[in-house]
Each structure stands twice: as C-alpha cells, then as structure tokens.
Design a protein around this ligand. Structure first.
Ligand code: C2O
Ligand code: CU
Ligand code: CU
Length: 480
C-alpha cells in the first residue's frame, strides 16, 4: 500500500492491481518492428517543407480487433522528420480530427509562436504553418500534441513522432546512421486493450496516469528487430504517458550510451542500464553477435517507480548469421562546454507536489515569470512526492549542475530537456534562453507525466527583451 500525502489530499491505493506487462520469458517477439517512414519534404525557396496531417483511423495491434487510433499521415504515430542544422524548416500541419489539437516540437530551440504549446490550437480543418531555422546540435527530438487538458488523451491515442536533427560534426563520427538499417527509432509506449480491441484506460488516474499491460514499440507489440550489422544504434524514446522504464539487456551486456535528450555526450558511456521517464530520450549503440537473440528489457528495481515490480520484455534483437561490419564507436563524440553558473542572472525554485508546481496549477491566462532573452538562470527543482514526477522545459536544452550538491552521473551530464525527479533530491539546472524574445506567447515548463500535465502541473514563462512589458495573449495560432 502506498500512501501519498500531497497538498492537502491523501491518496491511498495499492500499486499491486495496476497493469504491468508480463514478466520476461512469456512473449515470443513474433512481430517485426515497424519502422516509421521518413517524412517526405520539398525544398521550396530554401525552406524544407514537411506536411503532417493529424487524422483518425484504426490500427491492428491485438487479435481482439482493430483499435480506434489517431496518427499523423497514417493511423498510428507519425513519420520521422529529419532536418539538418542551419536549415530553415516549415511544417504544414493539417488538423483532420474533429477536435482542436496542437503540435509541439519537444526539445527544439525555436520561437514561442512556433513551439506548438497550448496557446497555438489548430481547429478542425485548419492548417498551421510553423517555420523556424534549426540551430542546435544533432539530436533525437520528437513531436506530439499539447492541447491543455487533452495532451494525454491525444498522445495515448497515437499522436507522436520523432524529429531527428543532423549536423556535420555528428556526421563525421564513426557511428551507425543508416535509418531503419543500423539507426533505429525505438518509441516505447505501454497500452492496455479492452475485449473489443479499443485502448482501455485502466486504473491509476489518481496517481500518475494510465499504465498498460502491453508494450508497443513504434506501435508494434513486443516486436523483434533483425539486425544486419555488427552494431546497431537505438534511439530510445519513452513515449509513454506515465510509465518509467529502466532499459537493460537480458544478459546485462554493456552498451555505449552516446546521446541524451539534446545531443551527443562528450564520450560514449559504457552502461548496462539507462532509466528514462516519459519524454526523455537516449541513444545507445549495442553490439550483436552473429545469430544471437537478446531481449531489450525494462527492469524496476525501485518500487517507488511505477514501472512494476517485475522485469518485462520490450523487444528482441536478432543478429544476422553474417553481419556486415560496423565501425568501432568513436571514442570522442562532442565538445560540451562545462556548465558554468557564474553568469547566471537569477535563481528560481520549483517544488513539484501533487498536481502543483509551487502550490499553483496551470492557468492559461497567468504568466508565472519572465526571463530576459540571451541570459542563463539556475533553476532548482525538487519533487516532494514518493511517486514519480519529471521536469521538462520548452525551447532549451539545459545542463544539470548538481544533484544534492554532487556532480550528476555521466548519463545526466549532457544536454537535457526533461529529467526524472527522485523524491526530495535537489536538482540544480543551468537553463539558457537565447535568441527569441516574444512578450505575447509563453513557453511551458511541466511534469511530463501527461496526466499530471493535464491536471495542471505546468506553468508558463515569457522570454522578453530587458524591460519589455509582458503582453500575454491567448489567440489562435496562425492558421488558415
Ligand atoms: Cu513533450 Cu511540453 O512537452
Ligand atoms: Cu516540450
Ligand atoms: Cu508528475
């Protein structure tokens, strides 16, 4: 029995009745991993233009029958967008749903009016045309709706996709990067199904949101991936709305952690596990021997996490009999500036508790604070609850200065936009907001457990020129 005391409310419930994927050894990995298609694009007047259409449909996951789903340019999830640093991109987003939606580019540095937050709804039948220039390192980003109060429902129904950024420095490194061959998107979600095949909500709304008993990877139930090369790069995205994962291989093999949310680490970090909370990404390179089969699993040694007590299977890698050679992973990956708080102009603190941040719930008409453009700040974040929360900030990639006064572990030492918060630990983050001042459109910070976000565990800030008066407006995004 878990007892949670949070801002006046006492929640009591058992964790034991909650949906959990079956323990390892019970799934047969029959389905081949679906690889999301690369999005088509056209370069028009120097602008790379993509097209996304949010639509409803039905998808076959389970034998009970087709599942009503949402997707972009298809029935579930969306295509993978790829763009290079320095390119100007535009995405023409058409809403063919019968409800409002937004599309947010998670991890992207871009003007607030292009960010796709809750102030930029796209009405049914409308098309939104965000355009910006990619100005950040190669990374695994993603996109998903952000309509206030509806984010969990729309993401859980299938609206999400990957957005990969390339740059010349990354391109020069010895790393697998052949999309769908040795460079594989791995979008991990958990779902439950009712007897007619529909997604079912399950228990748990009083805690952290919906947990499922079935693991989907790119929309494929516990699949296998045939690997034709000696090494494979997996771009792991925790695309679940609530579940925490701790990814590991069945034989505890060591892999190289090469990148986190916002790009490459300084050097590969030999690792046997990588925990990811909803919204976080990690890129790993794993070596597969000829003909072998090994399961990627999630284990939950910490019962305070909601991953379930058991270790469960996520997908299986199947090595080819005669794999083609892969280069050794480059020993040096990127130059990261040492995070230096000396130039921080402000400190702010954020206490995550219940469904509140600093005892407040999201109010679309309230600006929680303003930040001066082209400055850095130190943000201190603490989770008061034994249940998981995470912290995500729009527009920026931050650095972890310290956790409880100590340097972060290597897996948290690179570029991050989302971080899991262990109870009562003090996370000091160095956060920088460059380039884009806009006194009218706010950016968001929030818990990325989507049920918490929908319940109001979110706030909004404006990035302004020094002295500029905030003038928050809630208007339709520029659509036609
Ligand atoms: Cu991935 Cu504010 O969201
Ligand atoms: Cu985001
Ligand atoms: Cu939370």
């Amino acid at each position: 029995v878990v007892v949670v005391v949070a801002t006046g409310a006492i929640w009591i419930a058992t964790q034991t009745g909650r949906p959990t994927p079956p323990a390892t050894g019970t799934v047969s990995f029959d389905d081949p991993l679906r690889i999301p298609p690369l999005a088509d694009s056209l370069v028009i007047d120097g602008v790379r233009v993509f097209r996304l259409e949010a639509q409803s449909g039905a998808t076959d996951f389970v034998s009970q029958g087709p599942t009503p789903t949402l997707g972009y340019n298809g029935t579930y999830l969306g295509p993978t967008l790829v763009a290079a640093r320095g390119e100007t991109v535009r995405v023409d987003v058409t809403n063919s749903l019968d409800a409002d939606t937004t599309v947010h580019w998670h991890g992207m540095h871009l003007p607030a009016a292009m960010d796709g937050g809750p102030h930029s709804p796209i009405q049914p039948g409308a098309t939104w045309h965000p355009e910006w220039t990619i100005d950040q390192p190669a990374a695994t980003l993603w996109y998903h709706p952000h309509l206030h109060g509806e984010t969990r429902a729309q993401v859980d129904a299938g609206l999400a996709g990957m957005f990969l950024l390339r740059d010349p420095d990354e391109a020069a490194l010895a790393l697998p990067r052949d999309y769908g061959v040795d460079d594989i998107p791995v979008i991990v979600q958990d779902r439950s199904f009712s007897s007619d095949g529909a997604f079912s909500g399950g228990l748990g709304m009083q805690f952290d949101g919906v947990l499922g008993d079935t693991v989907l990877v790119n929309g494929t139930p516990t699949p296998h991936l045939d690997v034709a090369t000696e090494r494979v790069r997996l771009r792991l995205l925790n695309g679940s709305s609530a579940r925490m994962y701790d990814f590991t291989f069945a034989d505890d093999r060591t892999f190289d952690l090469i990148a986190t949310d916002g790009g490459l680490l300084e050097a590969p970090v030999p690792s046997t596990s990588i925990p990811l909370s909803p919204g976080e990404r990690a890129e790993i390179v794993v070596t597969i021997a000829s003909g072998e089969r090994v399961a990627l699993q999630s284990r939950a040694p910490d019962p305070a996490l909601n991953a379930g007590a058991a270790t469960f299977d996520v997908m299986q890698l199947r090595g080819a009999d005669a794999p083609s050679p892969s280069p050794e992973v480059a020993p040096v990956l990127a130059e990261l500036p040492a995070p230096d708080a000396a130039h921080s102009v402000t400190e702010r603190s954020f206490v995550m508790s219940g469904h509140n941040i600093n005892d407040r719930q999201m109010d679309m008409s309230r600006v929680d604070f303003t930040v001066n453009v082209d400055t850095s700040e130190v943000w201190t974040v603490r989770n008061e609850n034994p249940l998981p929360h995470s912290f995500h900030v729009h527009d920026t990639q931050f650095r972890v200065l310290t956790i409880d006064g100590a340097a972060p572990p290597p897996r948290l030492a690179g570029w991050k936009d989302t971080i899991a918060l262990e109870k009562d630990r003090v996370y000091r983050l160095l956060v920088t907001f460059d380039d884009y001042a806009d006194p009218t459109t706010p950016y968001m910070y929030h818990c990325h457990l989507l049920w918490h976000e929908d319940q109001g565990m979110m706030g909004q800030f404006l990035v302004v020129e020094p002295g500029q008066q905030p003038a928050l407006t809630t208007t339709e995004g520029e659509t036609d």
